[in-house]
Write a protein that binds this ligand. Sequence first.
Ligand code: NBG
Length: 818
Amino acid sequence: MVATSLSSPTSAINPLAADMRRHLFLSQAKAPALATIHDHYLCLALAVRDRLLASWVDTAETYTNQTVRTAVYLSAEYLLGPHLENNLVNLGLHKEAEAACAELGLSLDQLIAEEPEPGLGNGGLGRLAACFQESMATLELPAIGYGIRYEFGIFRQQIGPSGQVESTDPWLARGNPWEVIRPEWSYPVIIGGQTVIGVAYDTPILGYGVRTANTLRLWSAHAPEDFDFASFNAGDYTRAVLHKVQSETLSKVLYPNDEMEQGKRLRLSQQIFFVSCSLQDMFRILKGQGMSVRDFHKKYAVQLNDTHPAVAVAELMRLLIDVHGVDWDTAWGITTSSISYTNHTLLPEALECWGLELFQQLLPRQLEIIFEINARFLRMVRLRYPGKPEMLEKLSLIQEGSQRKVRMAHLAVVGSHQVNGVAELHSQLLQQQLFHDFARIWPERFCNITNGVTPRRWLAVSNPHLASLLDDCIGTGWRSDLDQLSKLEPLAKEPSFLERWQSVREHAKERLAQTIRQQTGVLVDPTSLFDVQVKRIHEYQRQHLAALQLVERYLRLRSGEDLPPRTVVFGGKAAPGYAMAKLIIRLIVGIADIVNIDPAMDGRLRVVFLPNFSVSLGHRIYPAVDLSEQISTAGMEASGTGNMKMALNGALTIGTLDGANIEIREKVGGDNFFLFGHTAEQLAALNRSGYHPMPWLENEPLTRAAIDLIGSGHFSEGDRELFHPLLSNLCSSDPFRVMADISDYRRAQNDVDTAWLDRERWTHMSVLNTARCGFFSSDRSIREYAERIWKVAPVPVTSSSPEPHLAQSAEAVPPGGG
Ligand code: NBG
């Protein structure tokens, strides 16, 4: 129970406050005296939802009346983050909400913090899908996002003495005010001979400063019959609900992306489930608009977000041929001219292959279609490369050998008219390596679209102080035209502006320091350099490179070297089955435990592992970063988007020439970026000449000392075995080339220390980073998709429906003060 002025007899003046009171009664059925903070959060969310319904309804109506060409985003993951604050910002209601809460004696921040975040994604790929949805709406593009309504999102992470501990994320347990169930739009999907029903749940995705509210439609799995009375009557109570339980398992949980064998069956089932529901839904819409199924490709541009929805190629063919009676050639033309595919990684473990046997069991008809696609494709390859059977083997959709498999990436390439990578280097490497032979056959099919992030969430929402400084100095237009940040350039030398910039940053760092204290109990100095690496924990991201460097720093400080004070922050989840990644977390936690109690480190070094990195935690972290660690092995990070969020918020990057780092450095200028390490090309040359870490390590006494200290059990309570697998891996094969880059990394970190001492220059560089990051808006990425791949044009939404919600006044509040 919370004491508020909700029960005050004076009626609310603020309309939002009035609606919150109304919802407490009408939706929560509670008297003010019994209302919890969560009730108040729900009331605010519902009052905000009321205000966007008219846009949402109008958008659907406009799209229906004008039979618009529509972009369809198929993605198994959407890492949405909380909706409330984003919707407040996009509706321009933030100030009113603050006033409403004040009037009711509530804290807006507290209500915002109540919202459980829909963590329906693993990392960058899922977050990108969420940024893209918001940008599509902002650009007024007719678009729909399809995915899965996982009951449990990405696991919650706690950090204990032994490292990461996972628990489930019941984000729906207390209801979800943002979604609307649409049972009338349900579709059957046959998987392994069993029918599962997908039911639509819709969430509005509001554009910024426009009337457009697009739809994110997520499918939830149900059984055709919840209850088998025959079994029940025969006394078999378990059997009576068996099929229900089995069916619902389909949308129960988001799979952590570590490809465990036992998860495969469920994952493939999830993929066909959401893909088939989405395609059936698209046919329904098409028909509803009086269009022929043969015009599918005129109505839809379908984007596959990685290979997770690649089975769409076979499923669309199946629906066209088996259900709608279209002939093969026409169906193939429709399929390939509507579908396009984005690749998000070169890492072999993320490129999906499904065992033929499993595929046959679950999706026999789709497999038959894949065989036929393959036969026709290989006929073409044979004509092109006569007498070269090895080309057939390399390009085939089926991997031969003892374990035959379906290669989903090949299916996606063959079934698409465009294939793109997500940063310049990545797209080049795709064409030189992974899809080299495809790119020789179809060079025009491959292109690059560099990723971006939405400035609404990643600046306006997460960094309100910086946002208002920008509004003051360059106007408010940057929110929908991020290139306007370049207007900051001339200010970057004005001392009074730098001072304001500095104080905005200090404020953000104080807030993060507070969060760190609450979450970990560690006190950090907000004036120290905040050195941050937050992202999935993976060896290619080389958190172990950062950790080794950290131990070196600890040794240097202990031996009396004078280095500027730093707070080193890590965050990120390791896939539950990825032992090495978990060991890296354990190492960081071990280092933190020792460093933070060592009096010699007081005021000089603090190390923190922030648990449960998420979108909401990101809001807190990104604005407070001084140094952004983007240190992946060159050639392995497709793009990265955290790198963009940090630079956009004024961080300087220390990074390799990998993914979007390259483009960030080009934009912000080499002088404002700390570059180190081998390039992808240099690493390839090293590999060819036979890489071994030992010769590198022999020249690095400091690194040796750091490794010895870790090996001695210094960070593991005397346990000399614990980190052995990590250290021996680094010293024997070092697959991610940590040793090849460690000395240059140290050199770059020394440059950072020196640069930090000249605070005015640092602040100047920080401003330039923000000023020059306009390119990394997801609005720019989406405009490129729309123009180059989808050929979808903006359709402004016109208002037709009255807005009943706004007519509500304080008088409408039912007696009793609800
Ligand atoms: C990730 C890449 C990132 C990239 C995001 C979004 C996967 C499979 N890939 O570098 O690792 O930024 O996709 O494109 O999650």
